[in-house]
Write a protein that binds this ligand. Structure first.
Ligand SMILES: *[C@@H]1O[C@H](CO)[C@@H](O)[C@H](O)[C@H]1NC(C)=O
Ligand SMILES: *[C@@H]1O[C@H](CO)[C@@H](O)[C@H](O)[C@H]1NC(C)=O
Ligand SMILES: *[C@@H]1O[C@H](CO)[C@@H](O)[C@H](O)[C@H]1NC(C)=O
Ligand SMILES: *[C@@H]1O[C@H](CO)[C@@H](O)[C@H](O)[C@H]1NC(C)=O
Ligand SMILES: *[C@@H]1O[C@H](CO)[C@@H](O)[C@H](O)[C@H]1NC(C)=O
Ligand SMILES: *[C@@H]1O[C@H](CO)[C@@H](O)[C@H](O)[C@H]1NC(C)=O
Ligand SMILES: *[C@@H]1O[C@H](CO)[C@@H](O)[C@H](O)[C@H]1NC(C)=O
Length: 739
């Protein structure tokens, strides 16, 4: 009954031509994958028709035009620029013909630089006169929009206002080990201003560690050795390397979402915690360019910094504290203001015909620190083209997705995932119950070297398989015998543990998938085309120079890389919306968990055994999860695709696997992360370690003083039992048994 409502499914068996293609397809299916266990022949044909249509219809010029429009002026979260863009996105989706378009407002705490008092760093002499002052704004270098009056003064989101004066200390990359190094060298940070390099860890962690050690301010810069390795002549606009005047913006708020309404949505009825309890720094923090950092570093005193901390500026980097000329001090003058403003999500819906209450989410934020041509609007442009192609296909053929497609344009992501977190908090129960996948793009491209992918293990196989279908946008790679996006990815980013495979990165945090993966237990992925490894990150990231011209003239002339990402995004979306049985890679999950178990026991078995704590139950749960999966997959061969209840039952069981790892209490000391397998490690919210609750506690044990050990071991044992329980639950949900 339910199946008949899907015109795509009935459509493909009525035409003789369609049937002939279907017959050919059966052969390939039998000879290739296990997809035949997951799809009826009819679905397989309908799906492959849409996949072909996406490949032939995604248009690079359209993407270029969308990007041009969105990057004409700044659209920072909560400002008029963002609100206008939200309205434009909504009307674009309405014109394209999505079934529903919603503007979803949240009133959240944001932070802005003052309109008239710029944030400045000064070097003061003994009589408090400034002998040097940093730039208030980044210098316009190339694109006309770089000179717009709306370009804000340079700032870090949520950095406290303050006017701090003191001695400066250089803290390398501001990692935990860097701060430890300073401690070991008896450099006390209390009352000091920390100068740190951006690049290895989330800047909010740098600020938090500095504040925790008594620093009164933090100045962040990006060193040319990490972002302009070929010297200052070969920089934007002549190349994609960082110019001397670039000062990357970024949030320094540690936790995600609206700072005043943790765990609950920022709706009218919300309770707001006092601002001084919000997870935002109490000290001023400010980014500066490397040409400005030179003025500080070149004057610093103290011993030479370790070789890893030496950069490419033509000075000897010293630790401080203070300057060689002892009466000089550093002054950090930050005049940011907090404001509660409205930010919007724009949500566009294409209703499913067979299972309208099952959602495939695709999303990308649309707010930008400044012009945002790479981060995020290369992704927004791709999303608009994807929705255009799918609505066009629907108009031409009468196709409706089997499951509902939800297009999400998130507001105020740059401030710390504000509006996606609020949305996931507001609609979390429905979303957790009904969403089969969330496919996030933060930016479609930040280079044209290779695909880079972060993913929940459940999505690995689907991603490999879709990437193998996407034509390679790089003609040189095609000429070298690598015709698909997958081929270049496997060639240029192999997995060191299995060199014949492309590297799948861990789904840490740092973009809008956070709530979906780590709080709701929805499998997520995030991908983009990225640069090679000459630089630590994308050099223009969050700077004024992330312009349309950078994308159009340097990264993606012709927009073919954007097109490839759009096709991949679309392919995954329709695979998840159309396949009868959800294409989750259970075995990849079992392998991933077994490997993490192996890594933990290898590294820490002696330590754990010294406490007589047994890993046996955990080990058995790992085996049990694996063997249950083997049985479950064996049973998939017998699925009757004509029996919608049977298909739905299997999909319900599949969907429960990721949910089973959600601990309502959260990870030890971290209630904002619930997923016991995939939560990112504590020390750096951008990266990930499997079973972070266990590994973070073990690391803490190796570093703890004697009096902290008992508590830490209790935490470890307690969490080990929780993880074991959830692992057994994840196996159980794949069976029909209550116990
Ligand atoms: C925040 O919202 C207020 C009220 O709508 C508006 O006046 C103000 O300009 C907004 N702030 C910024 C920085 O755009
Ligand atoms: C901050 O302190 C410096 C140095 O004393 C001073 O020149 C400057 O005017 C102060 N800034 C503000 C906004 O008061
Ligand atoms: C070092 O760099 C600074 C700033 O770019 C420049 O002004 C100075 O001339 C350079 N000095 C040498 C010796 O190259
Ligand atoms: C960068 O990539 C090249 C080529 O794949 C490799 O040889 C080199 O070791 C990599 N460098 C770093 C720092 O990862
Ligand atoms: C790829 O990026 C490099 C810079 O990293 C650029 O020189 C090259 O032209 C780009 N290729 C295309 C097709 O845009
Ligand atoms: C899972 O079980 C299968 C079949 O018993 C076995 O071949 C495989 O090695 C197991 N994998 C893991 C990760 O334990
Ligand atoms: C571990 O168990 C052994 C044997 O029962 C016992 O001798 C030892 O004291 C225990 N160690 C700890 C740390 O509890």
């Amino acid at each position: 009954m339910m199946l008949k409502k899907n015109p795509a499914l009935t459509g493909c068996i009525c035409g003789a031509a369609g049937f002939a293609v279907a017959a050919v397809l059966v052969i390939t299916l039998v000879s290739t994958s296990d997809k035949k266990e997951r799809n009826s022949v009819r679905t397989e044909q309908a799906l492959s028709d849409i996949e072909d249509y996406i490949i032939s219809n995604v248009n690079a010029d359209n993407i270029r035009n969308f990007l041009r429009y969105m990057t004409l002026k700044p659209h920072l979260g909560g400002t008029l620029g963002e609100t206008e863009l939200a309205g434009w996105l909504a009307s674009t989706w309405e014109e394209q013909g999505l079934d529903e378009v919603h503007l979803v407002p949240y009133e959240v705490l944001l932070s802005y630089p003052s309109q008239d008092l710029p944030n400045l760093v000064r070097i003061l002499d003994a009589s408090n006169q400034a002998i040097w002052i940093s730039a208030a704004k980044q210098k316009p270098l190339y694109a006309p929009e770089e000179s717009l009056p709306e370009i804000p003064f340079t700032f870090n989101g949520y950095a406290a206002a303050g006017n701090a004066t003191g001695e400066v200390v250089y803290a390398g990359y501001g990692r935990e080990e860097d701060f430890k190094f300073l401690e070991e060298n008896n450099i006390d940070l209390s009352g000091k201003i920390v100068l740190a390099r951006y690049g290895h860890i989330f800047r909010a962690n740098i600020a938090d560690m500095a504040e925790g050690r008594g620093a009164i301010g933090v100045v962040l810069y990006s060193d040319p050795s990490d972002y302009a390795p070929e010297g200052s002549d070969i920089v934007y606009p002549n190349s994609y390397f960082m110019p001397p005047s670039a000062a990357p913006f970024g949030t320094v708020k540690l936790k995600d979402g609206d700072p005043l309404t943790p765990f609950y949505p920022a709706v009218e009825s919300a309770y707001h915690i006092p601002q001084d309890e919000a997870p935002i720094p109490k000290i001023p923090v400010q980014p500066i360019s490397y040409e400005d950092a030179w003025h500080i570093l070149s004057r610093m005193g103290g011993v030479e910094a370790p070789s890893e901390w030496q950069g490419d500026l033509n000075v000897t980097y010293r630790l401080g504290p203070g300057f060689q000329q002892q009466d000089l001090r550093l002054n950090l003058d930050v005049n940011n203001i907090y404001q509660q403003n409205i930010t919007h999500n724009v949500i566009g819906i294409m209703k499913g015909s067979v299972e309208p209450d099952r959602y495939v989410l695709v999303g990308n934020h649309y707010d930008a620190w400044i012009l945002g041509a790479v981060d995020p609007n290369s992704g927004t442009a791709a999303m608009l083209e994807l929705s255009r192609v799918l609505t066009q296909y629907s108009k031409e053929t009468g196709w409706r997705p089997r499951r509902t497609l939800v297009f999400c344009a998130w507001g105020s992501e740059e401030y710390g995932l504000l509006a996606s977190v609020e949305w996931a908090e507001q609609f979390g129960k429905q979303l957790a119950d009904r969403t089969v996948v969330y496919i996030n793009i933060d930016m479609a491209i930040e280079g044209n070297y290779t695909l880079r992918t972060k993913s929940a293990p459940l999505l690995y196989d689907a991603i490999y398989s879709s990437a193998k279908k996407v034509p390679n946008p790089d003609p040189e790679e095609v000429a070298a015998g690598r015709p698909t996006v997958y081929d270049t990815w496997a060639h240029r980013r192999p997995d060191p543990r299995q060199p014949d495979m492309p590297l799948m990165q861990f789904i840490g945090s740092g973009s809008d998938y956070k709530s979906f993966q780590h709080n709701l237990g929805i499998p997520c992925t995030d991908f983009r085309y990225t640069h090679d490894n000459k630089t630590l990150g994308e050099p223009m990231y969050h700077t004024l120079y992330e312009t349309f011209e950078l994308v159009d003239e340097i990264y993606d002339q012709g927009f073919e890389f954007h097109k490839a990402v759009t096709v991949l995004w679309g392919d995954l979306a329709v695979v998840f919306s159309e396949m009868d049985i959800l294409p989750y890679s259970l075995r990849a999950y079992a392998d991933f968990i077994a490997r993490a178990y192996y890594d933990i026991t290898t590294q820490y078995s002696a330590l754990i055994a010294s406490k007589n704590i047994t890993m046996e139950y955990f080990g058995k749960a790992v085996e049990n999860f694996n063997s249950t999966i083997i049985t479950f997959e064996g049973n998939l061969q017998n699925v009757d695709f004509e029996n919608p209840l049977q298909v739905r039952k299997i999909n319900d069981q599949l969907m429960m696997v990721e949910r089973a790892f959600i601990d309502p209490l959260g990870l030890p000391g971290r209630p904002e992360y619930n997923h016991v397998v995939t939560a990112p490690s504590k020390k750096d919210a951008y990266s990930g370690t499997a079973f972070a609750g266990l590994t973070d506690t073990l690391v803490a044990i190796t570093e703890a003083s004697e009096d902290q050990l008992d508590d830490l071991w209790r935490t470890f044992s307690h969490h080990l039992a929780a993880v074991t329980h959830f692992l057994n639950t994840a196996a159980k949900v794949l069976t029909d048994d209550l116990w």
